[in-house]
Design a protein around this ligand. Sequence first.
Ligand code: NAD
Ligand code: UFG
Length: 343
Amino acid sequence: MSIQQKQTILVTGGCGYIGSHMCVELLSAGYDVVVLDNLSNSSAASIEAVQRITQKPLTFVQGDIRDANCLQAIFTNHDIQAVLHFAGLKAVGESTELPVKYYDNNMNGTLRLVEAMTTASCKTLVFSSSATVYGLPDKMPITEDADTGATNPYGRTKLMVEEVLKDLYTADPTWRISLLRYFNPVGAHATGEIGEDPNDIPNNLMPFIAQVAVGRRDKLSVYGDDYPTPDGTGVRDYIHVVDLVRGHMKALEFLQDEPKLAIHNLGTGNGYSVLEAVQAFERACGITIPYQITGRRPGDVAVSYADPTKAKEELGWEAQYNLDRMCEDAWRWQSQYPNGFNT
Ligand code: NAD
Ligand code: UFG
């Protein structure tokens, strides 16, 4: 099987932050796209924006990945060649309060999806995993063969899905599975027409900074300045969301050669502190970001950044955009749409 232009890709969670950017990339490359999303953490307005940006139509099915009938209808009505599986719940804090909701959505959702794929003989799958599967990493940069572990239920769902997919491949080596471990996706499409639009108070640093800059929040809380890092604040590997989705395009190509299960980090390999991220955002928007230092957030690691060598060597992919560009694009989106898709 080869994935060529005009083939059809199912994007679960395609209305969300990363999924919507994925749809732009796929449509621009000539693929047909079917999106399945239950809109639990997104708006169908993102799909409108994707079609506006690309001037191409896509098929949107509002439904749940845990709904076997819905999945069966999609695979019956469309000749799906591959699935890019973004649908999932991702709030670490909420996952500790509502673990069953996370196991149900992320685990059962993936199980129903691979069952439907098996029935339809569609065996090419790219899964949105996370650097969270490295738990409390003991050396930097993080390579794919580092020990894994989970520090919260969300992280455990990612690790468990990885294990399920490895078992699936062992049982049936005709599958083509890519596990992509994202570091910290930020930024927005260069048009500023789509971007990250958290439902509630943002859990993550960049969307919080962006909402402070646009006047929706008073100030940022910096979670700890006593980490063993140059300025004491946490260090992360921020990656532009467009670079990230281009990594998925390369992963799809990589799966074409032969059946395999592959694991790749998607990160830049560079770590930036919270205060460096604040400064970069200030440069991008020309506004001072007020902040206060507060206590550490439970579960946070001091430093996390990728060794992206394997993705470069095997996928021929590496990130192009630097932190300044990530902030400029995030700001374009946030300033054009201060209230996200509700603006
Ligand atoms: P998002 O919440 O913006 O997108 C996820 C989408 O999935 C949403 O549109 C939501 O409505 C949909 N969805 C959730 N459960 C569903 C279900 N049962 N059926 C159908 N649709 C459902 O999140 P995102 O940032 O775009 O993340 C996409 C994927 O990448 C997730 O699996 C996430 O865990 C993973 N990931 C994200 C990050 C990050 O920092 N953004 C980091 C690592 C991994
Ligand atoms: N931070 C603040 N203030 C905030 C939010 C974050 O100081 O309001 C700090 C954190 O302490 C951390 C850094 O900013 O040092 C980045 O925090 P994020 O919440 O943006 O990102 P994390 O690295 O904690 O986690 C994210 C996702 C996880 C995913 C992980 C790796 O939330 O789901 O990246 O991909 F697993």
